[in-house]
Design a protein around this ligand. Structure first.
Ligand SMILES: *[C@@H]1O[C@H](CO)[C@@H](O)[C@H](O)[C@H]1NC(C)=O
Ligand SMILES: *[C@@H]1O[C@H](CO)[C@@H](O)[C@H](O)[C@H]1NC(C)=O
Ligand SMILES: *[C@@H]1O[C@H](CO)[C@@H](O)[C@H](O)[C@H]1NC(C)=O
Ligand SMILES: *[C@@H]1O[C@H](CO)[C@@H](O)[C@H](O)[C@H]1NC(C)=O
Length: 823
């Protein structure tokens, strides 16, 4: 059956329209003025600049004392927009209604020409934006476009032009005022980290920024045609300090934009599709060297926002690229690991904001160079784009008092909240989503480079690269497992469950492993077993227990996992002889587990709901790095774990999402609920359910939330950590846990938000005041746990039993394995 050809053409046309609309951004406020002109003019043919000389009342001009002039001898290659100007002999201003408060772009075009009455080259004037002086004693003899980015909270925006001396005058050729995309400059959830200092400064979006440089590193010049915010990006050649060090890199594939990373509004595709990388073939250079750029900036000590754009277009697979970033010789970001920062998606764009101070040299230097983590055969570093913006407004004196030449690193959390855009994008995406129907929250994710400063994860050694050839490479022979477990020696059994027994064992290369052996006769689920393995084998993450291999010989079904030395989180909280974890360790464990869960929900090719998050399914390796275990096996479809168990119970009493009972539908927010219970467990060091306690204490979540609502949660904190935990960190942690345990899924944060909040808790614990949480909470805004994203619709509609078996539920082999291993 064939579609009529013209129908296909119509559809194609429709899709191309969708793509076109995807590529453009429509600002809510959008004023484009062709100053001093009687006619409307288009600039770069795409946007229409309106005449400012229309009838009184409809004009944006607030005074009548300005003069329109036009260039008597316009040069043929100068745009029509620049052939007229408005002159302000005694000062005057434009006024615009601001319909949407927030960050706006203001661009002022100055193209001086000589008319009979005025030579614009001799003009000298000031420009004020709502009374704030952005330009002083300005004069120019060539075309200049000034761009300011600032938050406007007043209903009116006034741009004033005031002559610098009595006999002088001001002028302008064109004015652009338009709303920036939401979160273009992050404030909420944005942190300012000063090395050797614990200051928190979350006020970047309140600063007035002036764009000084905007560079498409390694690429071609981009004009307003190529940019959804009509920016101009210039090439980097003239800024490279040693051209021999750099080599252009480019790709023809569009960047893999992800929620939480950069967007096309942050920088257009082309910025991320081109870069400079180390020219390692250059024989004259040492093996290790930096690529450096120098940018002219103010010679005075002025703070600059340095926004660096990255997209790993040079690696052939994940985890190949590690590099350092220096600003003014200062190590601004050590061991940038784009694979991790982008949640293990290659060629996914992101940006990192830094704030650096200019010095008397008048040059701001940016270098990227190899990290010690790099594989010597793959030493490389890259940079895709640079924006440098001068911070014009006086920053709070506290921050300025910092050390000279210090680089402040502002970590844009790039938490979502692109409300306007997201809604629009979401609609369009829903329409044209083709290959993958995983619903992601429009504003989820909380990747934050901040974690890199804590050096909390040192588990790189346990990461493996998986060959793309799929699960066949994971096949392990029965003989090897037989010898590695001493022929399945009963003394090596570390767990028993529905699926069979779990043995501690080792492979030929002495890797310690946990071997889950299906009970004989459970082979009826073989096809499902194999398809699950295909999926599981592709899930690799630092915070997920990896499948090492499997065996399906001699009517056996065996799964082999990495062995986790320190066992389950639970055994480090209570009920064992292990020394209690410190509060910081607990936070790091929670952050790691959240990161693993986040990857399951959003990072893998199909959103996976864990369905059984609990403290026995969070395992610790030798370095106490947390990894989530026992995921994926019952992702969808027939479940191998259930071939043996009739109830189909998944999920454990005390951790189960109450909404599940109401709606009979499991979503990723069900995992968030369970994770909230784990958070309380970590805080209070008692089981999620303890039937031996009095009735109101049996269920941990209910009990803890009751104390939390009374504002007395500190009363039930684990005595082992009560002295150590700072009130501000406790407060934030408790709020996060409480939100996770909200009755309705929509009221719960996404795991990405939880992750971000936990990072924040750790930050507060390390740098917050010792007491008086209010002080801290005064201006640290919640990064969005209150925001609601659509939760992933789950396709798992399986019945739960009554879930009363907290210990021997069907797919908890692994948790039991670890419970026992911990002893
Ligand atoms: C310019 O465009 C505006 C809006 O489209 C219109 O109202 C106005 O009449 C036009 N002015 C001229 C001079 O064409
Ligand atoms: C942020 O900066 C603006 C302008 O410098 C200032 O008025 C405001 O009080 C600051 N807010 C906070 C929370 O520091
Ligand atoms: C930028 O836009 C112009 C005009 O549409 C086009 O010719 C050029 O190829 C574009 N450049 C890039 C890098 O996309
Ligand atoms: C890169 O530049 C930084 C800052 O100037 C310097 O400290 C570092 O040693 C350089 N690295 C290499 C490999 O040259």
């Amino acid at each position: 059956m064939a579609f009529p050809k013209n129908l296909i053409q119509t559809l194609l046309f429709f899709f191309s329209l969708l793509h076109l609309s995807l590529a453009s951004f429509t600002p809510t406020d959008n004023y484009l003025i062709n100053s001093g002109s009687n006619t409307n003019t288009s600039f770069f043919t795409i946007r229409s600049f309106l005449s400012d000389s229309s009838k009184p009342g409809s004009s944006f001009l607030s005074t009548d004392r300005s003069i329109s002039i036009s260039d008597p001898n316009p040069s043929p290659d100068s745009p029509a927009l620049y052939n007229t100007a408005r002159v302000f002999p005694i000062g005057g201003s434009y006024k615009f209604q601001v319909t949407t408060k927030g960050t706006h772009f203001i661009r002022l075009h100055f193209a001086p020409f000589k008319a009979s009455s005025f030579n614009l080259r001799s003009a000298k004037f000031r420009v004020l934006i709502n009374g704030f002086s952005v330009m002083n004693s300005f004069s120019t003899s060539s075309v200049v476009v000034k761009e300011f980015i600032l938050k406007i909270d007043d209903p009116v925006l006034e741009i004033s032009f005031l002559p610098s001396k009595a006999s002088g005058f001001g002028f302008v050729n064109a004015v652009e005022v338009f709303s920036a995309p939401n979160d273009y400059i992050m404030d909420q959830g944005t942190k300012l980290v000063i090395p050797n200092s614990a200051q928190i400064f979350s006020n970047l979006s309140s600063q007035v920024l002036e764009t000084v440089h905007r560079i498409n590193v390694g690429g071609s010049k981009l004009t307003p045609f190529n940019d959804t915010l009509w920016r101009t990006w210039v090439v980097d050649d003239n800024y490279l300090l040693l051209r021999a060090a750099a080599r252009r890199a480019w790709t023809t594939h569009s960047p893999n934009y992800q929620n939480g990373g950069a967007t096309r509004e942050i920088a257009p595709d082309n910025v991320y599709m081109t870069a400079q990388e180390m020219d390692r073939d250059n024989q004259e250079l040492q093996a290790r060297f930096n690529i450096s750029w120098g940018f002219q900036v103010d010679e005075k000590r002025v703070l600059h926002l340095v926004r660096l754009h990255f997209c790993d277009i040079v690696s052939s697979s994940l985890n190949q690229l590690y590099f350092n970033v220096f600003i003014n010789e200062y190590l601004a970001y050590k061991d940038v690991d784009l694979s991790t920062l982008t949640f293990h998606v290659l060629a996914s764009p992101l940006y990192i904001d830094f704030v650096a101070e200019s010095d008397r040299s008048g040059m701001l230097r940016i270098s990227v160079g190899p990290s010690d983590l790099s594989n010597p055969a793959r030493v490389n570093a890259l940079l895709n784009g640079v924006e440098i913006m001068r911070i014009l407004s006086p920053v709070s004196s506290e921050v300025v008092s910092g050390k000279r030449n210090v680089v402040w690193i502002v970590v844009g959390s790039v938490l979502g909240g692109f409300v306007f855009l997201s809604l629009f994008f979401l609609c369009v995406l829903c329409l044209c989503r083709r290959k993958n129907n995983k619903t992601r929250s429009s504003e989820s994710t909380g990747w934050t480079p901040l974690r890199r400063f804590r050096g909390s994860s040192n588990s790189r050694t346990t990461e493996r690269t998986v060959s793309s050839s799929g699960y066949h490479t994971l096949r392990i022979s029965f003989a090897e497992l037989q010898s590695g477990t001493n022929n399945f020696d009963k003394s090596l059994v570390i767990g028993v469950g529905g699926f069979g027994m779990v043995f501690k064992g080792s492979l030929k290369d002495n890797t310690k492993v946990a071997v889950k052996r299906g009970s004989p006769g459970s082979r009826q689920g073989l096809p499902e077993f194999l398809s699950e393995i295909t999926i599981l084998s592709k899930i690799r993450h630092r915070h997920l227990v990896s499948l090492v291999g499997y065996c399906e010989e001699q009517s056996e079904m065996i799964l082999v996992y990495e062995y986790m030395d320190k066992g389950p989180l639970k055994s480090h909280l209570y009920g064992s002889s292990n020394p209690p974890l410190s509060w910081k360790q607990r936070l790091e464990v929670c952050i790691g587990a959240a990161r693993g869960l986040h990857y399951l929900h959003t990072g893998s090719s199909q959103g996976i709901i864990h369905r059984d998050i609990k403290s026995t399914n969070i395992l610790l390796d030798n370095n106490y790095v947390a990894k989530v275990a026992d995921f994926g096996l019952s992702r969808s479809g027939p479940c191998i774990d259930e071939t043996h168990v009739s109830t189909g119970v998944k999920g454990s009493f005390g951790y189960l999402d109450p909404e599940y009972f109401r709606r009979q539908q499991l979503t990723d927010k069900s995992d968030v609920y369970s994770f909230g219970v784990v958070l309380f467990e970590v805080l209070c060091a008692r089981p999620a359910v303890d039937p031996l306690l009095v009735r109101e204490q049996v269920n941990l979540a209910e009990w803890a939330i009751e104390w939390q609502r009374k504002g007395m949660l500190d009363q039930i904190v684990d005595p082992n950590i009560a002295d150590e935990i700072k009130p501000c960190s406790l407060k934030k942690f408790a709020e996060t846990a409480e939100k996770c345990c909200a009755d309705y899924g929509v009221d719960r944060p996404t795991i990405g938000d939880v992750l971000w909040n936990l990072e924040h808790v750790l930050q507060l614990q390390e740098s917050g005041p010792l007491n008086n949480p209010e002080e801290v909470y005064g201006d640290v805004t919640d990064s969005g746990t209150a925001r609601q994203g659509p939760s992933s619709g789950s396709n798992t509609d399986r019945d739960y039993g009554d879930g009363t078996s907290g210990i021997i539920s069907s797919s908890q082999v692994f948790s039991q394995l670890m419970t026992n291993a911990g002893r």
